[in-house]
Ligand binder design. Structure first.
Ligand SMILES: Cc1cc2nc3c(=O)[nH]c(=O)nc-3n(C[C@H](O)[C@H](O)[C@H](O)COP(=O)(O)OP(=O)(O)OC[C@H]3O[C@@H](n4cnc5c(N)ncnc54)[C@H](O)[C@@H]3O)c2cc1C
Ligand code: SF4
Length: 501
């Protein structure tokens, strides 16, 4: 069953085999796997239980309902917006459904004998089957992706169609605001209903405040149900369990562990953060592009992406998803200048570049529940983003754009490749909008107590019955869209969490 603040009006004491914090990709996959084994599962989810009729495709309504800090969470230096979601389904409610596995080169770099491609393979296979992952048909490309592909092919760059988890998609284009047409084969549509049918209990609008422990064991989670309209506390709960699996995502999981003061002799929890920061270039075409309509991202350019260690090519390029408020926040200028850009929006195409980042940041508590995300891009990653912006503009010009623009405070505008190539292009903080949608690696798996928080079964090293089953657990940037890996990791962590006596 799924209980919300409307039912959770009185304080409760619950018992379960496994208590899971977070109903996103990792948490729902763990709940699905554990309940299928006949184990009793309680899942705490701070966000609301929303269904397709709630997803009204309005940015001003959906951002507060779906994203932490209403989509305004930023790094400490304000340079990068960090988007991650809440709700029964977590960030899978609003993600863009792209599906990739971690490349072999990334696994190889970790050198972890029991946390590698072979370990995750059966979980990927199961998740891909459950979520109906398939190649996006070429005829489903929208005009933005078609122009992107045209430019990539004209330049002879490497590119290809992407895979996704959708069924019955009408191409509304509003994936980032939740799917009103229930076409996402995600946690909400696939895994959570099956977990509920197998007996799992989800407490929505309910956040885990702290994990309490006795010696090396976590004994219970303390949680509170909040009224989503007012933020007022409705009730408080204690959940006892044999094991606990944290799947709050790579920003919130380390914060829960820090609030709980888990033993952390080397101060590692939250001390590593990768983000895949991204930037975007626009270009004006003579014909309408209407980039907010249709499947937002269906084609990729991998010409400047290689996963070899210390590679000088670490940018992944895809079409930009440009619904009105998102585009408005990225387009340059103020007042009349900004107005002029917005009037061009129907004829603008957008390509974004995301870096497989080597920068390491950190996450720590700000007050009781806030996040201090400290992440300052290193020079190598800035150069990669600059490369991505220049190439994105080049691709759009090759596709026939009248003018390409890199939306710096003083925009870089180019009507020809010659003009583009002689313009200086540097990525400086607060000079253009940077967005990161893939936080990861804050409570990571590694070889020893000295260099990692988790062992290779995703167990927290200093406690016997605490596991992490979300994006926090990966030791580095993945360089690919991470949802399949988060789902798979949730299943992997659930294997051992379900065995604890
Ligand atoms: C705009 C956007 C687009 C994206 N597009 C793609 C894409 O196309 N392909 C792709 O592979 N990935 C995409 N992603 C990323 C992907 O969705 C995430 O990497 C993935 O969902 C992370 O899974 P997770 O389990 O780590 O966390 P999440 O899915 O974020 O789930 C964590 C859940 O835990 C809950 N929680 C946290 N703390 C607590 C607490 N203390 N108590 C109770 N509940 C708590 C949260 O509210 C949340 O619901 C996108 C992300 C964004 C923001
Ligand atoms: S494009 Fe498809 S999956 Fe995305 S919101 Fe629209 S109908 Fe749903």
């Amino acid at each position: 069953m799924i209980l919300t603040h409307r039912q959770l009006t009185t304080d409760r004491k619950l018992d379960a085999d496994v208590c899971i914090v977070g109903a996103g990709a990792g948490g729902s996959a763990a709940a699905h796997a554990l309940s299928a084994r006949g184990l009793s599962v309680v899942v705490l989810e701070r966000g609301s239980f929303l269904t397709p009729k709630d997803f009204d495709q309005r940015e001003e309504n959906m951002f507060p309902k779906l994203f932490y800090d209403a989509g305004g969470r930023r790094t400490r230096n304000r340079a990068i917006r960090v988007l991650h979601g809440h709700g029964v389904g977590g960030s899978t409610l609003h993600n863009i459904n792209l599906c990739k596995r971690i490349p072999d080169e990334v696994f190889a770099e970790w050198e972890l004998p029991r946390f590698n491609a072979a370990t995750l393979r059966p979980h990927y296979e199961r998740i891909e089957k459950l979520l109906g992952v398939s190649r996006i048909p070429a005829e489903r490309m929208n005009a933005n992706n078609r122009l992107f592909k045209k430019g990539v092919e004209k330049l002879g760059y490497r590119g290809g169609m992407l895979s996704h988890n959708r069924e019955g998609c009408v191409g509304s284009g509003f994936c980032e605001l939740g799917c009103a047409f229930d076409a996402k084969l995600n946690a909400l549509r696939v895994l959570i209903p099956e977990a509920v049918r197998a007996g799992a209990t989800f407490l929505a609008d309910t956040r885990a405040i702290v994990l309490e422990r006795d010696g090396r064991r976590v004994t219970r989670a303390r949680a509170e149900t909040l009224d989503p309209a007012t933020g007022a506390r409705v009730s408080s709960h204690e959940i006892s369990a044999r094991s606990f699996l944290c799947a709050g995502g790579a920003i919130e999981t380390p914060l829960l562990l820090q609030r709980s003061k888990v033993p952390d002799p080397r101060g590692l929890v939250g001390a590593r953060l990768h983000l895949h920061p991204g930037v975007a270039a626009f270009a004006e075409f003579d014909e309408p592009v209407l980039s907010w309509q249709g499947i937002p991202q269906s084609y990729e350019c991998t010409e400047f992406l290689s996963y070899e260690k210390n590679s000088a090519k670490r940018v992944w390029m895809i079409a930009g998803s440009a619904h009105p408020a998102g585009a408005a926040s990225m387009l340059p200028g103020f007042g009349e200048e900004h107005d002029a850009w917005m009037r061009k929006l129907p004829r603008l195409a957008c390509v974004s570049a995301m870096v497989h980042d080597s920068t390491r940041g950190s996450v720590s508590l700000k007050g009781d529940f806030g996040a201090d995300v400290d992440y300052v891009l290193n020079d190598a990653d800035r150069r990669q983003l600059a490369l991505g912006l220049r190439e994105a503009a080049r691709i759009l010009l090759a596709a026939g754009a009248r003018e390409a623009v890199v939306p710096f405070v003083t925009p870089l505008r180019a009507t020809s490749v010659a003009e583009l190539d002689c313009a200086p292009l540097e990525v400086r903080d607060l000079d253009l909008d940077m967005v990161a949608v893939h936080p990861m690696s804050t409570v990571w798996v590694g070889r020893s107590d000295d260099d990692s928080c988790l062992d290779e079964t995703c167990r927290y090293r200093h406690l016997d019955n605490l596991f992490v089953g979300d994006m926090s657990a990966f030791p580095s940037s993945l360089g690919v869209p991470p949802q399949l890996s988060a789902y798979s990791l949730g299943r992997l962590a659930a294997e051992r969490a379900g065995d604890v006596n």
